[in-house]
Design a protein around this ligand. Structure first.
Ligand SMILES: Nc1ncnc2c1ncn2[C@@H]1O[C@H](COP(=O)(O)OP(=O)(O)OP(=O)(O)O)[C@@H](O)[C@H]1O
Ligand SMILES: [Mg+2]
Length: 436
């Protein structure tokens, strides 16, 4: 069974019809053609028997040349006679390519058997399309020559041609109609795929049969709902983060005016952490908002991300072939995602390597470091919001635990995937996969 809907529906449509036609052709050949040939053959054989009778009549009623003439002009059978006995002719054998002459031969032979009382033989010349029947009399033999047309029902050929022609017409009409039916489904699939990758779908129109229209309309509604939800979440998160900042600033000011006790110090540290968290929230919330998808060179984008973290301690190296990797993405979001991963690596390692690789339908970005890496059972947890590894808690620079969550969010909104692995450099390997 082929995979595509087009091929499948075409098969569903044509196979039964072709099957019926094949069966009809067989039944037709068996019954109709057999019957018609038999009757025609019987007729010709009867005429030949009658002529033979006239030739052998004792005493003769007609001259031989009179019989000859009558048979040629009235019956279209050419009669000649020769002295002696006829030479034995080769009998046809049944093969696939000469099944039709063979069947005619068989029919002729059968009819001759009970209509002609003298020794006889039959030969069919398919090239000249005529039949020779030789009848042995006492010391002469008669040659009857007539055209194959006399025993060949041409309507059967026309019938077969019609059957084959009709199948072709059916096939062509089916192909044309099916194509038009399948096109909207394919368009819907493309649109859904593009939406999943965070790209816009301005070309998409609701079209096709009512079921497909329904599916397309539902898809559009769903798309709007998802977009509205994202929008709502973003606005809310941005609002909350923004509103929290004001009281925090006020608290900070009040703390500044208090005496610098240990408690105050601790509170200041907490407030600093809270501020960091809030800016991380804001970053997260802004992640998807607003930005347009554009075709950009991923290599150049990665380089920009690396350039923006040069103030960090680690050494960053970019490995990529000379060609351009044009991918439709939200530029700022992807840069933010890569920067998040690079800053993580910087905290644990001093050497970071970024490698770009083109796959069949996607671009892969590998970010390797030579730090301590992570144990496999943490690979899932680190993507959860606010998850921080034990080591991170002890590091002086406060971390929130949103970096990888944001990175994952950005990558999935582009229809891609983010995965962790052990790096050949010893530390962690982050693999970004962005669909082309
Ligand atoms: N390159 C790495 N090597 C080892 N551990 C890592 C690496 N990158 C991330 N991790 C671990 O994954 C945890 C989650 O990372 P994530 O970026 O989400 O949060 P964070 O870096 O702790 O905080 P934030 O990025 O929000 O400031 C980190 O706390 C750290 O334990
Ligand atoms: Mg981080």
């Amino acid at each position: 069974m082929p995979k595509g809907l087009f091929a499948r529906s075409l098969l569903i449509l044509t196979v039964p019809v072709l099957l019926i036609q094949i069966i009809t052709i067989f039944v037709f050949l068996d019954r109709y053609w057999d019957e018609v040939t038999r009757r025609l053959v019987d007729g010709v054989m009867g005429e030949i028997a009658a002529i033979t009778q006239m030739v052998t009549d004792e005493p003769p009623r007609y001259q031989f040349y009179e019989i000859q003439q009558a048979s040629e002009s009235n019956l279209k059978i050419i009669l000649t006679s020769e002295e002696g006995t006829f030479k034995e002719l080769e009998k046809p054998k049944f093969t696939l390519f000469n099944s039709w002459p063979y069947l005619v031969y068989k029919a002729l032979d059968k009819a001759a058997e009970y209509k002609i009382d003298y020794p006889h033989q039959i030969s069919i010349n398919t090239q000249d399309r005529d039949v020779l029947i030789q009848v042995q009399l006492e010391n002469q033999f008669l040659n009857y020559n007539f055209s194959l047309k006399r025993i060949f029902s041409s309507s059967s050929y026309i019938f077969l041609l019609w059957m084959i022609g009709a199948s072709f017409v059916l096939l062509i009409v089916a192909i044309l109609f099916m194509r038009n039916q399948i096109r909207p489904i394919r368009r819907l699939a493309v649109a859904a795929d593009r939406f999943g990758k965070g790209r816009d779908i301005p070309f998409f129109k609701v079209s096709g049969s009512s079921e497909i229209r329904l599916a397309a309309q539902s898809f559009l509604d769903m798309k709007d709902r998802i977009n509205r939800q994202i929008q709502q979440r973003t606005t809310m998160l941005a609002g909350v983060s923004h509103d929290l900042r004001t009281p925090l600033t006020r608290m900070k000011l009040q703390l500044e005016m208090m005496k610098e006790t240990d408690d105050v110090k601790a509170m200041k540290a907490d407030i600093n952490d809270m501020e960091k968290m809030i800016s991380a929230y804001l970053q997260f919330a802004r992640g998807e908002a607003g930005e347009e998808t554009r075709d950009v060179d991923l290599k150049e984008l990665t380089q920009r991300a690396i350039d923006s973290v040069t103030h960090l301690d680690a050494q960053f190296i970019l490995n990529a072939p000379a060609e351009k990797y044009m991918v439709p993405v939200k530029e700022m979001a992807i840069i933010r995602c890569i920067v998040n991963i690079l800053t993580n690596a910087d905290r644990f390692a001093d050497m970071v390597q970024v490698t770009l690789e083109k796959k069949e339908s996607s671009i892969r970005i590998f970010i390797d470091d030579n730090g301590e890496g992570l144990s496999v059972d943490q690979y899932e947890d680190v993507f959860k919001p606010f998850y921080r590894g034990d080591k991170s808690r002890n590091v002086k620079t406060a971390s929130v635990g949103l970096g990888l969550t944001i990175a994952q969010d950005i990558i999935s909104s582009h229809g891609g995937s983010i995965e962790l692995d052990k790096s050949p450099m010893g530390g962690l390997r982050v693999i970004l996969d962005l669909p082309l």
